[in-house]
Design a protein around this ligand. Sequence first.
Ligand SMILES: *Cc1c(COP(=O)(O)O)cnc(C)c1O
Length: 332
Amino acid sequence: MVKLDAMENPYRLPPALQLEIARAVEGAELNRYPDPGAVRLKSCLRQVFEVPPGVELLLGNGSDEIIQMLIMAAARPGAAVLGLDPSFVMFRMIAAFCSVRFAGVPLRADFGLDIERVLESIEREQPALVFVAYPNNPTGNLFDHQAIERLIQAAPGLVVVDEAYHAFAGRSFLPQLETYPNLLVMRTLSKIGLAGLRLGVLAGAGTWLRHIDKVRLPYNVSVLTQIVAERVLAHGDVLAQQAAAITVERTRLVGEMKRIPGVRPYPSDANFVLFRTTGAQPVFDGLKQRGVLVKNLHGSHPALAECLRVTVGTSEENSRFLDALKQAVNAS
Ligand SMILES: *Cc1c(COP(=O)(O)O)cnc(C)c1O
C-alpha cells in the first residue's frame, strides 16, 4: 500500500545518520531514568526552532500529551476550552476526557477564521484555553495572522498556537511570544520525520510553563527519545531539505488534482491536501482497491461532506495516488 493517511514524512533518514543514531543508542544508559528536564535536548530544540531568548520550553510524549497536560492543568468546575471547528480532533477529545466543556466556533465556508464569531464566543465562554492550529488540520490553511492576534488580545486565558505543520508553512507565532504573555506556541517532530519517536514541544513564558509542568509525569520523554532527537536535530538541515522537497511536491500535487474533473483540492500550507470529490466513500474505496490509503473525512463534520485528505508523499507515491485518483473518480 501507499500510505498517505497520517501526515507522516515519507522519507527515511540518510544511512550515515542512521548509523550515528545506532552508535548513540548502543551507549545509552537504559538502566537510568531519563533527565527529567531534558536539558541537552532542549538546547538543541532552541537552536533548530530559533526560540527567542527568555522563552522557555516544556516537552511532551508527542504534542498530544502536551494538549493533555494543558487541559488537565486548566480543568476545574466551570472551565471551558475553545477551539475552531473543524480542527484537530484531539482538542475536543481530550477536553471530553477531562470533563471540560469544549466550545467549537465554526469556520467560514472557505475554512477561514470568522473573527467576529470567535470574539463573541470568547466573550460568552471566558475560556481558560484557546487552541488554534496554524496551519489548521484537516483543512490545511493558515488563518489570517491579524485575526489570530485579535483573538490573543481578547482571550481572558491562555492561547495555544499549534504549529505542527510549521516546516511546510514558514510562518510562526514564536516571535509574538515576546509581545503576548498569554500566548504559548506548540511544535512537534512528528510531521517532519519522527512520528515514531514521540516528541512535542511547548514554548512560552516560564511563569506559565512552571504551572503546566506540575501535571507532567516526571519521565515522560524517554532516554531513547532524548538521545535520538538530539542526534537528528544535530543534522537539522536533513529535516529541512525533506520538508522543502515535500513542499515542492505539494505544489505539483495540487496543480494536477485541479485538472481532474470532479476533484476540488483546497489550498494547503501543510504536508497534506484536503479535497472534495463527487463521492468520498466510493473514491476512498477505489483508491484503497488500487493500493492507496488516504483519510476519509466524510461524516466527521458537516463542512467536510464528500471530503478526503491526502498526505504529500514522495514523488513516486504522489504519481501513484494521482493515477489511482483519476481511475477511482472515473469509476465512481
Ligand atoms: C498531528 C498533529 C498533532 C499531534 O502531533 P504528535 O506530536 O504526533 O502528538 C498536533 N496538532 C496537530 C494540529 C496535528 O495535526
